[in-house]
Design a protein. Structure first.
Length: 455
């Protein structure tokens, strides 16, 4: 299958396919849809709900119909047919818009769907199943910023990548052994020495960036780099030796013109966030220790590297550990806002925190709080989401290790639990997953008072 071929290539599978259980809705008009699973009569069954927890697509066994998450209002499904697996497409109303007839099908963007025919070649359909670009490549990527990666084999059996536009025209010739999706008009690539040896000699044999026309904006001398974010990209130079934090790997930042804005000197470097800052870790060659601070896109420090540890900013706050032992969230001025032993980034004005690492998995330890530290929900979860709320204000929590019935819990940042059904009622839910600390304390207090009166 396509997934296995991508793994052998070292290409990120998530760049080409979607993963069961979560949702991406790129267009605002696409209604929210989530794939959820539960046990029925001793068997796992999966279906689709909306953002109110209402069933949209009925529950069936994965062996009879496997579902992937929704993207742009559509979701791929797989069913057995004539002794083989065939894939089709649902729309957000639960109607089949592409019948299950293809070995592989993957949602792309802008109403385009990647399909693989029985010969193993891929092309593109529209969401009604009509062919837009005939199958002619071995692997096809999704369209991002009007470009999609397409793969074809070389004479030696390796792969070379080019980029097409939405009409199927080759915009950037086949000359890369590695190419990432475009981000802010730039793509991280690596030239193929077999196909374009003269370019490799001139530009370099490592990673570099190109623009939408394929013109290089950097030399190709980086060990690796990350996508552009807020007009800046992390670039890495050095010699790898396998260590987790490695003095031979250093990071800096370039702008969209390929100019080095921050020297390649940081042990760690995160993407720039909408706040216009990025978390970095300095490196002391003598002590081999790292301090953390925050840099701006203009090459100046927003907050100097005085923190023992820090997370990136989100919603205007960042969790830090200060050298005096204080832990909690600070604002962009470095002022303390909220003490917390540990916690996730703020999202939709709230964050998941816990009081100490030893109690992290105990119910009542992990709580969602607002910026003042007040609890947002009357319940607590034993399992954390460890990710931000999505564009619908919902986060999916994996609970299948703790619940005997449900695989997912869906939490809305204002309305509370929307799935499993009924779990938002006081005292409800699987005690292996959810507890009600204040309610339980009141109940325990009431029991003690009752026993005292009976005596």
């Amino acid at each position: 299958m396509m997934e296995r071929r991508l793994d052998r290539l070292g290409v990120s599978v998530l760049s080409f396919i979607v993963v069961l259980g979560y949702v991406i809705v790129a267009q605002a008009q696409a209604p929210p849809r989530y794939v959820v699973c539960r046990q029925e009569e001793g068997e796992k069954r999966c279906g689709v709900i909306d953002d109110m927890g209402t069933e949209v697509i009925g529950f069936e066994r994965p062996s009879e119909r496997k579902l992937w998450f929704f993207q742009d209002g559509h979701a791929v499904f797989r069913v057995p047919k004539d002794g083989r697996s065939r894939e089709g497409l649902f729309n957000s109303d639960g109607h089949i818009v592409i019948k299950p007839q293809y070995p592989d099908l993957h949602t792309s963007a802008n109403g385009m769907v990647v399909f693989v025919d029985d010969s193993g070649m891929c092309g593109y359909l529209d969401t009604a199943g009509s062919t837009l670009i005939p199958p002619q490549w071995t692997l096809c990527g999704r369209f991002v910023e009007g470009r999609a990666r397409v793969f074809r084999p070389t004479r030696t059996g390796d792969w070379v990548i080019g980029l097409i536009n939405e009409t199927g025209k080759l915009e950037i010739d086949y000359k890369f052994e590695k190419a990432e999706d475009f981000s802010e008009g730039r793509s991280l690539v690596k030239l193929s020495p077999q196909v374009v040896p003269e370019l490799v000699d001139r530009l370099g044999q490592e990673d570099g960036f190109i623009d939408l026309k394929g013109a290089p904006i950097t030399d190709f001398n980086y060990i690796t780099a990350r996508d552009f974010s807020q007009g800046m990209a992390v670039v890495v130079e050095g010699e790898p030796d396998g260590r987790h934090v490695d003095a031979d790997w250093f990071r800096g930042y370039i702008n969209l013109d390929g100019e080095l804005i921050w020297p390649i000197e940081f042990a760690t470097a995160d993407d720039f966030t909408p706040e216009g800052v990025a978390r970095v870790g300095t490196w002391d060659h003598e002590t081999r220790e790292s301090d953390h601070g925050f840099v701006r896109t203009d090459g100046t420090w927003a907050l100097p590297p005085t923190f023992e540890y820090a997370d990136s900013f989100s919603d205007g706050l960042a969790w830090v550990k200060m050298k005096n032992g204080w832990r909690g969230y600070i604002d962009l001025e470095g002022e303390r806002v909220l003490a917390a032993s540990d916690g996730e980034p703020f999202s939709e004005g709230i964050a998941e925190t816990w009081q100490s690492s030893p109690c992290r998995d105990e119910c009542g330890c992990r709580r969602y709080v607002d910026r003042t530290g007040e609890f947002v929900f009357p319940f607590a979860l034993t399992e954390g989401a460890d990710k931000p709320f999505d564009e619908n204000g919902i986060v999916v929590v994996d609970i299948h290790y703790r619940s005997e019935v449900y695989d997912e819990l869906l939490l809305h940042h204002e309305r509370g639990i929307i799935w499993p059904p009924g779990w938002n009622e006081p005292g409800a839910g699987d005690p292996n997953v959810i507890c009600w600390p204040e309610l339980e304390r009141e109940q325990e207090k009431s029991k003690k008072s009752k026993k005292k009166k009976e005596k």
